[in-house]
Each structure stands twice: as C-alpha cells, then as structure tokens.
Write a protein that binds this ligand. Structure first.
Ligand SMILES: [Mg+2]
Length: 441
C-alpha cells in the first residue's frame, strides 16, 4: 500500500463571538481536512489547523507523502525533524518565540509536530480501514471504552457565528455575567451530559470570574470538578489571590490553568499556594507545549498537569509517549482543544483512549459548532453522558461527507482572512483600542 495522493481541503467553520485573553473569535474558524488516498483505493482522513500557514506546511511535504508507505511513520517523522532543526536555528537567530503570545496553530516551532500529526492520523485511519480495526487498536488498544469530555464555557457576546445569510442561531446568547455562565453550563450539561466544567477566563475582572466559578459550584456541587483558564492574563500576585480565593471550588479534581505567563511565574504561584496549604494543581498548554518542557515542569514544579493535544504534540503516538513520560515523572495529563469538527473530535477520543495517564475530562469546543458545518457522514458525533464512545469501526470511525466539505471550502474561499487574529477581531467588533496586555490584572 502506497499513498497515491495527498488532498487538502481548507474549510471555514462558523464560530460564535467567544472571548479570551487573546481577544475575540472571528465569525469563522479555519480548519483543514486532510486526505491520503492509497493505491488500494482506501482513503485515510484527518483534521488540523487552517489558513495559509498550516496549508503551506502540508503542501511543503506533499512530495514526501505522495509515494510513501503509510506504515512508515517513523521515517516521515525523522524527515520532519530535519526540517525542524533548520526552523529552530532560524528561530534562535531571530529571538526566542513564546507560545504565550501565539494562538495555538501559529507557533513556528511546532510546525513539524502539527504536520506530523495531520499526516500520521490520516495514515493510521487508512491502515485501520485496510485492516478493519479501530485506530486505537493500531497503537496498542484502548484503556477506556468511552472518553469523558468537559463542558467548556466561554464568555461571549451575542451571536452564534457566521455572517449575513450564513449566520448561525445563537444557542447560548450573551454570556458576560455569573448568571449567564451558569445558564450556559446548565444548557451544555443537559445537552451533552458533561460531568466536568471548564471556564475560559482572562476576560473580565478576576473577581467577576471568581464569582462565576463560585456560582457554578453553588449550582452543580462538589461532584463536578471545576477549572478556570485565563490564558496568562494574571500576574503572579493575582494568580495566587485567585488560587487562595477558589481553594474549595477548584478542589475535587479541578485545576488552575495557565493563570500567569511562563514556567517561572507558574512555579512561584505553586510555591506560594503550597506555603498557604493549598495544593490546587496548575495545568498548562502555554508553558508546556513540547516534550522538552515536560522535565522543566517537573523540576520547577511550575506545572502539575500537562495539557496534551494530538494536533500539535505530534499525533496519537506522541500522545502515548507523553502519557508514559507523565507516568514516569508523576505528572497529571489532560487535553487542550481548539475549534474543531467531528474528525478532530474522533482523533482526540482515540488519542485519549490510548493514554492511561489522561484522567481528566478532555476540553472540546464541539458544542460551539453546529450541524450546518459538520463534515462527517451522519452529522455531528453524539455524546453519551459526556463521553465519546470509541466505535467498533475501522480507523477513526467516521467518513467524510464530501458535499459538506465542499460547502466548508466555499465558505473559506469567500473569507478575506487566512490566519486567526483574535486581537484584530476585538478591535473590529468590540473596542478599536483593544490590545492584548499580559498580565492585564
Ligand atoms: Mg488553556
């Protein structure tokens, strides 16, 4: 079996005006659907970041992928590592780049792991289809039959995403108060059955966000683990103040995610919380974004829970390596997400299913997208009591609906932008003078 053709489908997916410390989500999120078509007539699929950068990175490996045996993933990774060394050398000469200032998918130092993930998952999907086995079985089999996800809450303005005739219904309405946060959580929990809750913070004054977390605790009780993620919007002092103020609310399986920027700051927050008798774990997808960061997280005690993500850690097998590393180092593991459709959701589910250390409900933006944008046959992937059940189907367990993919490509073609820029969106729609300031509080 050889790969005959690599097909790339850049698509646009309607997205609501969600807020974070990066700014505002644009009316459409950009994604790329990847296909590897084999000489046996089997097509493997994956989903990754969208826009010119990710599409360009995938185009640059077309000559290496076409003609490749999809089983030979180690050789492909070695090829990408060669490219990565060149990129790293350039990055060092132009100054260090930090994930703190970049939205996921835009870090040039991750380009090889993102590209590897997109190709690896599509190859594993093709192999699974060739063998008639689920993707997770190709890398050792699952340690759980159903993967729990969390209710991922956002502050947002009114609007459901999309533009003009293509505007989506605003399912959740404006969310800028503790009452609205609780209302959105109840809606999401009722619809999907989630049993863990995460609030994207770093948007309002920290005291208002603490009130929202307290309101969630009052509504759902201690059996629902709670987490808050302000994406580095707070200083060390504010992070400590919030950690102390939410000691009870973030206990019982909750965590404090990226309260401030940098491993050093996170380490100081940890030390000061511990000194006050508070052992709320700190989680990160900003201070820890690659394997080299993991031992540092352990040494400095800046991060106790590593947020994985098969899309930029290198794929499903890299996720497993991360699980092993977390086990060796005694670290916890959870999963980060970006706006995505069903192909990514199934990738995340298979990736989580093969990681014994991944013991927290994974993040997912899935509730913020709609049926209109879904590209898998049969419509949106169903949740069962907050989990995605690993289907007994070959590969990822989903197929592409090509009419829906074509609609996504049409939306993409009509868009004037090819890169995510939350700061610009914020300036266009909310405040012309808005700048991302860290720490803001
Ligand atoms: Mg995060």
């Amino acid at each position: 079996m050889r790969i005959k053709e690599l097909k790339l489908h850049p698509i646009a997916v309607a997205d609501g005006p969600l807020r974070s410390s990066y700014g505002l989500h644009a009316p459409y999120a950009l994604r790329t659907i990847v296909e590897v078509v084999t000489t046996d007539g089997i097509t493997g699929i994956s989903e990754t970041y969208g826009g010119d950068g990710p599409v360009g990175a995938l185009e640059s490996v077309r000559h290496r992928v076409e003609g490749m045996d999809p089983f030979q993933l180690t050789g492909f990774w070695q090829y990408l590592q060669g490219q990565a060394r060149e990129i790293e050398a350039q990055a060092t000469s132009t100054g260090a780049r930090s994930q703190t200032w970049l939205v996921p998918g835009e870090n040039p130092l991750d380009v090889h792991t993102r590209t590897n993930a997109a190709i690896e998952v599509a190859c594993l999907d093709a192999i699974g289809k060739a063998l008639g086995r689920p993707l997770c079985d190709l890398v050792g089999g699952k340690c759980r039959d159903a993967v729990p996800f969390s209710a991922y809450l956002f502050y947002k303005h009114a609007g459901g995403g999309g533009m003009g005739d293509d505007a989506r219904e605003d399912e959740y309405g404006e969310i800028l108060t503790p009452e609205a946060v609780v209302r959105s959580a109840k809606q999401m929990v009722a619809q999907y059955g989630f049993k863990e809750i995460k609030l994207k913070g770093g948007v309002l004054d920290p005291d208002a966000e603490m009130d929202a977390i307290r309101a969630l605790r009052a509504e759902f009780g201690p059996s629902f683990p709670l987490r808050i993620d302000p994406n580095c919007a707070w200083s060390v002092d504010t992070s400590v103040r919030v950690g102390l103020g939410l000691t009870e609310e973030l206990s019982n399986g909750g965590y404090l995610e990226d309260p401030c920027a940098g491993m050093e700051g996170m380490g100081e927050v940890r030390r000061r919380l511990l000194a006050a008798g508070v052992d709320t774990p700190l989680a990160s997808n900003v201070a820890t974004t690659c394997f080299a960061h993991v031992p540092v997280a352990k040494q400095t005690d800046g991060v106790q829970i590593i947020l994985s993500d098969p899309h930029y850690w290198g794929g499903v097998r890299a996720q497993q390596k991360l699980s092993d590393l977390c086990e060796v180092l005694g670290l916890g593991m959870s999963m980060h997400s970006n706006n995505h459709l069903g192909v990514s959701l199934m990738t995340m589910a298979h990736a989580a299913a093969v990681c014994p250390m991944l013991t927290y409900g994974c993040d997912t933006h899935y509730p913020w997208q709609t049926e209109i944008d879904e590209v898998v046959v049969g419509g949106r992937v169903k949740f069962h009591e907050g989990t995605v059940v690993i289907p007994d189907k070959p590969g990822l367990g989903v197929e592409l609906d090509y009419d829906q993919v074509a609609r996504g490509e049409e939306r993409y073609r009509k868009l004037p932008y090819r890169k995510r820029d939350d700061e610009l969106e914020m300036q266009k729609h909310v405040d012309p003078n808005w700048k991302r300031i860290l720490p803001r509080w």
